[in-house]
Design a protein around this ligand. Structure first.
Ligand SMILES: Cc1cc2nc3c(=O)[nH]c(=O)nc-3n(C[C@H](O)[C@H](O)[C@H](O)COP(=O)(O)OP(=O)(O)OC[C@H]3O[C@@H](n4cnc5c(N)ncnc54)[C@H](O)[C@@H]3O)c2cc1C
Length: 259
């Protein structure tokens, strides 16, 4: 079974982000790290591959400047190889353009299963994986909190507001996993050393046969017209318990219609 995992490489969340003044998009020019959301997908893929003999895990990412730092982290966890789509003409791509580029790379890899996170932690439209499934012509199962497969059929416990649904679908398919679907491993020292020599195939738009006018700024169907600072959080109210603390908290919660 060939499992492909989408790995988004994002600016380090520990460093305050910067927005481009003209396009209002996130400055992604520096070193990028693996989005924490995708560590669950990588771990899930490694575990599923371990369950089916002869399986392997390939990572797929789209990022500017040939950036591979985040991919190396995922390779250190145990994936066999990676594909990076990187091309100056992709600058300004919206979610659909990103999906088109990733779909073209994934199609070449001929996967049995594609795993992505439910949403990224920087852009988080939460739309990219279902666009991928549509472009690849594969069924899509979202919000997985448990995944198993025999290499032919996918079985998913799909998180709902009330609990979970048990979903079964044939492979190949696209599945999005929630944080907590599995506990991601920490890369070992041996894994980190091995990752340095694992292959990363860097593909341009020409390699993928994608018309540059179909992606990037020219192909984008979304435009960021303005950005504004989030409203500062109002100061909280400290309730001093003078014997009526519980009643005042109940009254507060009733006012919010929580109870
Ligand atoms: C007008 C516009 C211009 C933009 N310009 C740029 C730009 O110039 N440069 C830029 O980097 N971004 C740009 N973006 C943001 C970019 O479109 C999104 O980050 C990207 O499309 C993915 O959307 P998302 O983060 O909302 O993914 P979600 O749908 O929230 O992601 C879900 C999952 O899909 C997978 N995934 C998402 N993106 C990738 C990826 N790139 N590689 C691998 N897996 C992925 C991951 O598993 C992720 O957890 C722009 C957005 C808009 C609207």
């Amino acid at each position: 079974m060939h499992v492909v995992v989408c790995v988004k490489q994002i600016p380090d969340p520990a460093v305050p982000g910067a927005l481009d003044q003209v396009t209002h998009t996130l400055d992604r020019s520096g070193k990028l790290v693996m989005d924490d959301s995708d560590s669950y997908g990588v771990e899930m893929a490694l575990q599923l591959a371990g369950d089916v003999d002869g399986s392997e895990v390939t990572l797929v990412s789209m990022a500017p400047g040939g950036e591979t730092s985040g991919l190396r982290t995922a390779l250190a966890m145990g994936a066999a190889r990676a594909i990076l789509v990187s091309d100056d003409a992709l600058s300004g791509s919206d979610a659909l353009s990103t999906a088109k580029a990733l779909a073209a790379a994934i199609r070449r890899a001929e996967p049995d299963l594609v795993i992505a996170a439910t949403e990224s932690t920087d852009g988080y439209t939460g739309t990219l994986p279902v666009q991928l499934a549509e472009l690849l012509g594969m069924p899509s199962v979202t919000f997985a909190k448990g995944v198993s497969t025999d290499g032919t059929t996918l079985e998913v416990d799909r998180q709902t507001e009330a609990g979970y649904d048990e979903v079964r679908c044939p492979l190949p398919a696209v599945v999005t996993v929630t944080a907590g679907v599995v506990e991601p491993r920490y890369p070992s020292f041996k894994g980190i050393m091995a990752a340095k020599s694992k292959p990363i195939d860097v593909l341009s738009l020409a390699d993928l046969g994608i018309d540059p006018s179909d992606v990037g700024v020219r192909g984008a169907r979304q435009e960021i017209v303005d950005v504004a600072d989030a409203e500062a959080r109002a100061g909280g109210e400290i309730v001093m318990d003078e014997g009526d603390g519980a009643a005042r908290i109940v009254a507060f919660l009733e006012q919010l219609k929580v109870i």
